[in-house]
Design a protein around this ligand. Structure first.
Ligand SMILES: NC(=O)C1=CN([C@@H]2O[C@H](COP(=O)(O)OP(=O)(O)OC[C@H]3O[C@@H](n4cnc5c(N)ncnc54)[C@H](O)[C@@H]3O)[C@@H](O)[C@H]2O)[C@@H](O)CC1
Ligand SMILES: Nc1ncnc2c1ncn2[C@@H]1O[C@H](COP(=O)(O)OP(=O)(O)O)[C@@H](O)[C@H]1O
Ligand SMILES: [K+]
Length: 482
């Protein structure tokens, strides 16, 4: 944002104009929250976030709202645009610690935004605690004060907002937990920063929305037949038939033309009975898997769901990675390498095709212990793991991050807590595999799969079980593709 502001200002837009536009967006949002004028407490900090607060306060007062402006620090200490904005405010600036929030209908939190540099303590911490203790709705300017915009984590203490107005683009902290929850409803306002500044910023962080990958989403044409739509091979192993069944069904729903599931002979009847369109093949040992890999039409491989832990699964992972095809590694395929993660990274390095890993936080910690313990940012953790392993990492959760070894990373926010149910991760792995089978590149396939999985979950909501998810995909896809 500093680069965006600076480039815009260098392009001829004065900084105070940006602040006026930001303050206006805040005042508009405040008016939306209290259409009938109520007393608004605008709590300003010592930097430009406070400057936005001064502008918002002035406009609200002009519109007939009784406004009480409270300042953390002294008016004389304000600098730059914030000092200009404060001069334009004709009213008083109360000391925050002297004022009371009683009788206010809305609090505007303009304490700290992008300039937060350390944990809140002392007066600042007390201010946030007082805001949170009031039972008043809170409108946060840019980010709820105390939330780190880069990581979404709380620096000591943070405002719990009802609504947050931010500018130009969302920041990672608006999408990552716990920041996202503390934002309440989010509003994105354009304040005159042109999109032309984006190349200079060169951000590699994205919101996982269809615009990121829609252009590469595979759709069949009149000339397509099932083999041109790809052939996914799901190695089921001999445990938990349900997991591989869910994944296989999801691969088909995601558009793979053919799906083969390979399972031990005694499991075959279960698969045959449950999956009408899926080809079922016996796989009792590694030779059987090698034989299945000989058919080059099987062009995307999934190992993990229901695979079982141990040497057999490790061997199958190595064989898959050595087969010159895109590979998805999930569940047991990940945990089986807990004691030898480097062996997995070496096998990935030897593959020249996309490899996607889909760990939840626990699996991630097992494979990337140092990274998991070394950073507070889910975004940077996923990125570091992608760089170390050479795989696209899908670090799951309510704020799933997809990170590529080339440093691109996308954060999703379209899921639902109803997705926290057994088997839901197996469905996700199946969707990724189905998209890879259709030749979607690794990062885009993983991002699309996470988004589709989130939408499918949200479209079902309460009562969701994993079996529902593949069958919700047609509705989601119809909306996406139309
Ligand atoms: N021209 C611009 O730069 C624009 C800036 N905008 C606003 O400016 C904000 C960023 O402004 P700033 O960079 O001035 O930063 P902030 O206003 O977010 O905070 C910086 C101030 O807070 C102090 N501070 C930081 N951490 C603290 C802590 N833990 N405890 C106590 N004090 C702490 C710093 O010493 C500094 O005085 C954005 O969030 C946005 O609201 C908008 O007005 C748009 C235009
Ligand atoms: N609170 C939540 N909000 C949104 N999505 C969630 C939440 N909890 C879990 N999920 C999603 O549900 C899936 C669960 O996967 P996983 O933990 O591997 O479950 P399983 O092993 O039972 O299949 C992941 O895609 C994850 O992102
Ligand atoms: K704020």
């Amino acid at each position: 944002m500093k680069t965006a502001d600076a480039a815009t200002i260098a392009g001829g837009v004065p900084g105070i104009d940006l602040m006026e536009a930001a303050g206006r967006a805040v005042a508009d949002a405040a008016r939306g929250m209290c259409p009938v004028p109520c007393t608004v407490a605008v709590v300003c900090g010592p930097g430009n976030n406070g400057g936005d607060g001064f502008v918002g306060a002035r406009l609200l007062a002009e519109w007939g709202y009784p406004v009480r402006l409270m300042l953390l620090g002294s008016r004389a200490a304000l600098r730059g645009d914030a000092a200009v904005a404060a001069k334009r405010w004709a009213g008083e600036a109360e000391r925050f610690d002297a004022g009371t929030l009683k009788g206010c209908g809305l609090i505007v939190d303009a304490l700290f935004g992008a300039g937060l540099t350390r944990d809140l303590d002392g007066e600042a911490k007390a201010a946030v605690e007082r805001i949170n203790a009031s039972d008043c709705p809170v409108l946060a300017v840019d980010v709820p004060s105390g939330v780190d915009g880069d990581s979404g984590r709380v620096r000591g203490v943070a405002v719990k907002a009802t609504k947050t107005v931010t500018f130009f683009r969302y920041k990672p902290g608006h999408l990552l937990l716990p920041g996202r929850m503390l934002c309440g409803e989010r509003v994105l306002a354009q304040i005159g920063i042109p999109d032309a500044v984006l190349p200079e910023i060169g951000s590699r962080s994205f919101h996982n929305v269809p615009a990121l990958w829609r252009a590469g989403y595979p759709e069949p044409s009149l000339e397509s037949h099932k083999y041109t739509r790809g052939h996914a091979l799901v190695a089921a192993g001999s445990e938990m038939a349900g997991a591989a069944r869910l994944a296989s069904r999801a691969s088909l729903r995601a558009g793979a033309g053919v799906v083969t599931v390979a399972a031990s002979t005694e499991m075959l009847p279960i698969f045959k009975a449950a999956l009408e369109a899926v080809i079922v093949r016996a796989m009792d040992d590694l030779d059987d898997y090698a034989h299945l890999l000989e058919d080059k039409r099987r062009n995307a491989l999934l190992v993990g769901p229901g695979a079982g832990l141990g040497a057999d699964t490790r061997d199958r992972v190595r064989m898959a990675l050595g087969a010159g095809r895109p590979v998805v590694l999930d569940a047991d395929a990940l945990t089986s390498f807990e004691t030898q993660p480097r062996a997995m990274h070496q096998a990935i390095a030897a593959s020249d095709r996309p490899v996607v890993m889909t760990p939840h936080e626990g699996e991630f910690r097992r494979l990337f212990r140092q990274i998991a313990e070394g950073s507070d940012s889910k975004l940077e953790k996923a990125r570091a793991a992608a760089a170390l392993s050479g795989a696209v990492i899908v670090l799951k959760g309510a704020d799933t991050v997809v990170a590529s070894p080339d440093r691109r990373a996308a954060i999703a926010d379209n899921g639902t807590p109803w997705l926290a149910t057994a088997g839901s991760g197996d469905v996700l792995a199946g969707i990724v595999t189905g998209l890879l089978a259709q030749n979607m590149p690794g990062f885009e396939a993983a991002c699309a799969a996470v988004w589709l999985h989130g939408e499918a979950g949200s479209s079902i909501g309460p009562g969701l079980i994993s079996e529902d998810l593949p069958d919700a995909l047609p509705g989601v896809l119809k909306r996406l593709l139309s």
